[in-house]
Design a protein around this ligand. Structure first.
Ligand code: ZN
Length: 355
């Protein structure tokens, strides 16, 4: 049986679950350095990337993303390892394909992202951006994928370059963009962000939306604005798994007022990126987001930074799905204090309030 494609699924009204969060997860596990955030782990410990991809798949991700986020030429230059650029990109795509063999109905995605060198007045940087996307899309097209995901763009002009080049891969294109905390327009634009997203769609992106920076709580209202104007379901939302709020809407600037020792943080007082742990959302907040986003008409949903397999599983289950890992989803009926299994001791059950 042939695999059903991304747009076939979305256009049939089916949600597609995207799982990412590789950078932060690899950093936590000790395989990647915060700051530069370059995924050298792809070459150094491919088995770790492979296993995380497998965990996401078991937990209900429909999309297996090649971990090339921040694996582009500019980032490799920054750490003095441009020679590893091509091997890293090719290996990341191999890993996604390898796991894909175990899960034949999953979609394999190539990945491109913000370059951090875009400047509206700098023609030279725009030329470099062209080159960055061209070479990455070339490797993606050679490996063969079911879709390309472009992520975390804050400048609409950079998105335009990405769309033009990524379309050449000849597969559906998903574009995730980020807003900064104070504005409803992209960094290089004064338009209402949804108008710009509509234009990106007209340029050839199949699915457009928001990813990263905002957690489920602050992304959802923005996503609903998008789905008010783009009503064909082809809208993406994959938030960070952190509890952003109206007063702290974006994870890049969060402050932890309970923290013992703000002077210990790498950027004093700022929890981003390595002290966000107390803000991590529960799986239930991601489940709530998934249900609400899909109801609103955003059918490409998932996780970004901070997201982990348990979040993905709860999102899938909130949409009525049973994942391979659902056999281990919580069942408190056999818990010593909160359970109701007949064989459990009343001595403990009656003590539950004091537990
Ligand atoms: Zn992110």
């Amino acid at each position: 049986m042939t695999k059903r494609g991304l747009l076939e699924r979305i256009d049939a009204g089916e949600a597609v679950i995207h799982a990412s969060g590789y950078l932060f997860e690899m950093e936590r596990r000790g395989y990647l350095q915060a700051g530069g955030f370059v995924p050298e782990v792809v070459l150094e410990h491919p088995e770790v990337v492979e296993q995380l991809t497998r965990e996401f798949a078991r937990c209900g991700a429909d999309v297996l993303l090649a971990f090339t986020y921040y694996g582009h030429r500019e980032k490799m230059r920054l750490i003095g390892k441009e020679d590893l650029l091509e091997p890293l990109n090719r290996e990341a795509l191999n890993i996604a394909h390898k796991v894909g063999k175990e899960f034949p109905d999953k979609l394999i995605a190539g990945n491109i992202c913000n370059t951090n060198i875009y400047h509206p007045d700098d023609k030279d940087s725009q030329k470099q951006i062209h080159q960055i996307f061209e070479e990455q899309i070339g490797w993606i097209a050679e490996a063969g994928v079911d879709l390309v995901v472009g992520e975390t763009f804050d400048s609409i002009s950079e998105v335009e370059i990405a769309v033009k080049i990524a379309k050449e891969a000849g597969v559906p294109l998903v574009i995730g963009t980020v807003l900064h905390r104070t504005a409803k327009h992209f960094r290089d634009s004064e338009n209402y962000f949804v108008d710009d997203l509509k234009r990106v769609k007209d340029l050839g992106a199949d699915i457009v939306g928001l990813n990263c920076h905002f957690g489920p709580q602050t992304m959802l209202p923005l996503l609903k604005e998008v789905t008010t104007h783009i009503t064909d379901g082809r809208v993406a939302g994959f938030p960070v798994a952190y509890r952003t709020t109206p007063t702290q809407p974006s994870f890049g600037n969060m402050r932890d007022r309970e923290l013992c020792c703000p002077e210990r943080l790498p950027v004093e007082g700022i929890s981003f990126p390595v002290a966000l742990d107390p803000f991590t959302v529960t799986r239930y907040e991601m489940a709530e987001f998934a249900e609400e986003a899909v109801k609103a008409g955003a059918l490409y949903i998932g996780t970004c930074c901070g997201g982990a397999p348990h979040h993905v599983r709860a999102m899938a289950e909130s949409l009525g799905r049973t994942t391979e890992a659902s056999k281990y989803s919580p069942d408190m009926s056999k818990h010593a204090f909160y359970g109701d299994d007949e064989s459990l001791k009343d001595y403990n059950k009656n003590f539950a309030e004091n537990f």
